[in-house]
Design a protein around this ligand. Structure first.
Ligand SMILES: *Cc1c(COP(=O)(O)O)cnc(C)c1O
Length: 231
């Protein structure tokens, strides 16, 4: 666990340096640990470290959410789904999440809203495909604000912001301009009256500095903490 504690400390330092470089207040960026493929015991031990205080957890696959849910639910760590959601898995996912970052269409949002227990308010983000890469999920940039406004009308769903997966290229200027686009979309949504949509979930182990420079409020980090994932 010492290696993970050290990597968490280095990660916190990277975030702090990036916040300062961007002229943003210390603590304005939260870290979501992307725990895909990691066993529940390791995740629980990681989240119990003082270096992980205040961090969130994210899973990509509903199957992993469900499998690890019982072991991790008692930790009080907010858990987000950050991967695709199929309609036949909504009920399973809803049992184990505090938020869904991967809402990319109105049909899915309707289906989620219709499965919520009465009086439950679920935080959701709109996933946007800023890079336009066909392999990436997410609504197109020019439809994102409209989708956010429509989702916000559905009962039980609170739109807290926007999420994206950055462009898959070593060219940091391309990655960064994608993040700037997501920030512009968030600002348009706020301007259109969606006052709850303040969050920008963007940036991963390799590019979190670029995301923080463009206003990320949540960075999603896996390998920088857990090391490379096995094949
Ligand atoms: C795995 C994953 C991350 C973290 O990526 P790393 O490069 O391991 O930091 C972030 N977001 C999503 C959606 C992921 O699937």
């Amino acid at each position: 666990m010492q290696a993970i504690a050290d990597r968490l400390a280095r990660l916190r330092e990277r975030v702090a340096v990036a916040e300062q470089a961007a002229g943003r207040p210390a603590g304005s960026v939260r870290v979501l640990l992307a725990t895909k493929t990691q066993p529940a015991e390791l995740i629980a031990a990681t989240l119990a470290l003082p270096e992980a205080a205040g961090m969130l957890r994210g899973e990509n696959r509903v199957q992993e959410l469900v499998a690890k849910g019982p072991a991790l639910a008692g930790l009080g760590v907010p858990t987000h789904l950050i991967g695709p959601l199929q309609s036949n898995k909504i009920n399973a996912a809803l049992r184990w999440v505090d938020g869904i970052e991967s809402i990319a269409g109105l049909d899915l949002a309707h289906a989620v809203a219709s499965r919520l227990e009465p009086a439950r308010l679920l935080e959701v983000m709109i996933q946007v495909n800023v890079s336009g890469e066909p392999t990436k999920s997410g609504v197109a940039t020019d439809e994102a604000v409209q989708l956010a406004l429509a989702v916000a009308e559905l009962p039980g769903l609170a739109v807290t912001g926007f999420m994206t997966i950055g462009a898959n290229t070593p060219d940091q200027s391309v990655v960064r301009s994608g993040y700037a686009q997501l920030a512009a979309i968030r600002d348009q949504a706020l301007g259109a009256g969606l006052s709850t949509a303040t969050e920008l979930s963007m940036g991963m182990s390799g590019d979190l500095e670029a995301a923080i420079a463009e206003g990320a409020t949540i960075v999603r980090v896996g390998t920088a903490v857990f090391g490379p994932r096995g094949a």
